[in-house]
Design a protein around this ligand. Structure first.
Ligand SMILES: [Zn+2]
Ligand SMILES: [Zn+2]
Length: 586
């Protein structure tokens, strides 16, 4: 609806009736849309997000639905012709929003497979509570599932299947839209027209699908972040696929993390929440949820070798000769880093900013400012290189392997190696492709993970390594080049389970002042901000000031967030706080 406010028309939502009428109220000028954008449960969830992430409720309400396309909206029932549509569904539970919305798909149920596939989860440790909750019409609870690599997709399909069989509906949140994750494709394939794939698409198509979901036309929604707010009723299950993936965190205001919103929504709806990942996040493992894991080791043999020159450890060279289908994980792009200027002999550095220069796709550029590579001392552009990076790996591996070696360039679509092919790729190429069946996966430059900035860099590295190494199931093996074989992350990689890493990480994060499970906020404002925030007694506060801005990164005990939120709103009203970012990537 629209309301005149300070001389202009402002849009708003009807939240519900109230007994407390303030002395000054404005009258509604116009009802904008006949669509009901949220029900009481979704309003509860929006309030939860607003409080947990210290975001204005109006901003969160905007996020519950995709942008409107008015011409897609259904007509009110009292309009002539509206009620005549063939397949019509009532939106919402009656009341003001009595609308009709045709389902675009006929509701033919996909026939159950003749012989249902054998249960994957039945063979998992501690799976009986999960299966019991899924099979009961009012089962609930939160679980972490750490699938064997070749079961990742099957676990999600089985959980959805059990949920539908008990007469409830499911939401599956995947981290990426393109290429379509195999988990998403497999669910669409298994349940056909009962599934809405809410992944990208035009504004019109998204809004149309969102209306169809709200009208009850589908039983499963599969989508990226915003699918956690899908207006699906009778929710029995939410799955967060690849739970530790950084894309599950919304990085525009209002900020939120899919994991926590999914858990809150499932609690509210009395549904099951399943966090699925080969390497779950530290946050998920600290929450004391049952962990469901394969009964026996289902992980490739992993050999740790010391890095050889340019990554060519002798063990890896021998393995590459025999490999028929392999993936070489090379986290650094390019062919090498400029070491010295060939014209004047000075150590190489960017003339514009002093940064390091990298040779990539035939051109030397600054890794910091991306300026074309010019010597900071004499301006020349010819450099002696220290070779290393995915392009160089492609080159030397091609000279050794008995099958073609192909490097995935920045504009290549990520994919698994074909039969008789070795693929060189980086972190962005490790996606949910389903079971890999490779005979070799090699992780080069594992030492680099420690040098990456950020508290969560190691966890991200381990997650990607595990997802890549999983492709060596069921019959392949893995080689990891690392200087310190007893490093907790490397050991977790060898064992195929992240417990040791998570224990190490908990200690490291606590030492750094950002304990796992703490609520973290980045707050910006004018000078003196740190004094205002110190009064809130955060567990940790790091302060940085530049020009007329102060930025504070602070950690709080989760129970103190509501109090913090009230204080921040009060400071913001007095212009003492300019912006708040919740759960920044650390
Ligand atoms: Zn530069
Ligand atoms: Zn020079």
């Amino acid at each position: 609806m629209q309301v005149p406010f300070h001389g202009r028309l402002v849009r708003g939502w009807v939240l519900g009736p109230t007994g407390e009428i303030p002395p000054r109220t404005l009258s509604v000028k116009k009802a904008v849309s006949p669509v009901r954008f949220f029900d009481p449960d979704m309003l509860w969830l929006a309030r939860w997000v607003s409080e947990r992430y210290v975001a204005p409720l109006a901003a969160v309400l905007t996020r519950l639905s995709p942008p409107r396309v008015a011409s897609e909206e259904p007509r009110a029932v009292d309009e002539p012709g509206a009620a005549e549509s063939a397949a019509t569904q009532r939106v919402g539970g009656g009341g003001a929003s009595a609308l009709t919305q045709p389902c675009h798909t006929s509701r033919t149920r996909t026939a159950a497979p003749n012989s249902p596939p054998a249960s994957v989860l039945a063979d998992y440790r501690s799976s009986s509570d999960l299966l019991g909750a899924l099979r009961s019409a009012d089962g609930s609870g939160a679980f972490v599932v750490r699938p064997a690599p070749e079961d990742e997709v099957a676990v999600a399909v089985e959980a959805v299947s059990e949920c539908l069989a008990s007469g409830r509906r499911a939401v599956v949140i995947v981290p990426e839209a393109t290429p379509v994750p195999t988990t998403a494709a497999a669910i669409a394939q298994a349940f056909g027209e009962r599934v809405a794939l809410f992944l990208g698409g035009s504004k019109r198509a998204r809004y149309r699908m969102w209306l169809a979901i709200g009208a009850g036309c589908v039983d499963v929604v599969v989508g990226t972040r915003s699918a956690v707010f899908a207006p699906i009723g009778n929710l029995g299950l939410t799955i967060v696929s690849r739970e530790s993936h950084p894309a599950h965190r919304e990085d525009r205001a209002p900020y939120y993390h899919v994991r926590d919103v999914a858990l809150a929504r499932a609690r509210r709806s009395g549904a099951v929440c399943l966090l699925e990942a080969m390497c779950p996040s530290s946050e998920a493992t600290a929450m004391d949820m049952p962990q469901i894991t394969p009964a026996a080791r289902r992980w490739p043999p992993v050999e740790v070798v010391r890095p050889g020159p340019e990554g060519r450890a002798p063990r890896l060279v021998r393995a590459l000769r025999d490999a028929r289908r392999a993936f070489l994980f090379s986290p650094l792009p390019g062919y090498g880093i400029a070491a010295f200027c060939r014209a004047c002999g000075a150590p190489a550095a960017c003339a514009a900013c002093g940064g390091a220069l990298r040779s990539e796709e035939g051109a030397v550029r600054c890794v910091v400012c991306e300026a074309p590579g010019r010597c900071a001392t004499c301006g020349a552009s010819d450099f002696g290189l220290r070779r290393g990076g995915a392009e160089r790996v492609e080159e030397w591996a091609s000279g050794i392997a008995s099958v073609p070696v192909h490097r995935l360039a920045a504009d290549d679509a990520p994919r698994l190696p074909r039969e008789g092919e070795i693929v060189v790729g980086g972190p962005d190429d490790v996606r949910d492709f389903g079971p890999g069946g490779l005979d070799l996966v090699a992780v080069l430059d594992a030492d680099l993970a420690d040098r990456r900035p950020g508290l969560s860099a190691r966890e991200r590295a381990l997650t990607v390594w595990m997802e890549a190494i999983g492709w060596a199931r069921p019959n392949g093996r893995a080689i990891v080049q690392a200087s310190r074989a007893n490093d907790a992350a490397v050991q977790s990689l060898v064992q195929g389970k992240p417990e040791r890493f998570h224990a190490d990480e908990r200690a490291r994060r606590a030492d750094a002042g950002f304990p796992v499970g703490a609520a973290v906020f980045r707050v910006g404002g004018p000078h003196g901000l740190e004094r205002d925030l110190a009064r809130l007694e955060p567990t940790t506060m790091l302060v940085s000031s530049a020009e007329d801005q102060t930025v504070c990164l602070l950690a709080l005990e989760p129970g103190r967030v509501p109090e913090f939120g009230r204080a921040i709103r009060d400071l913001a009203a007095r212009d003492r706080v300019a912006r708040v970012e919740a759960e920044p990537h650390l």
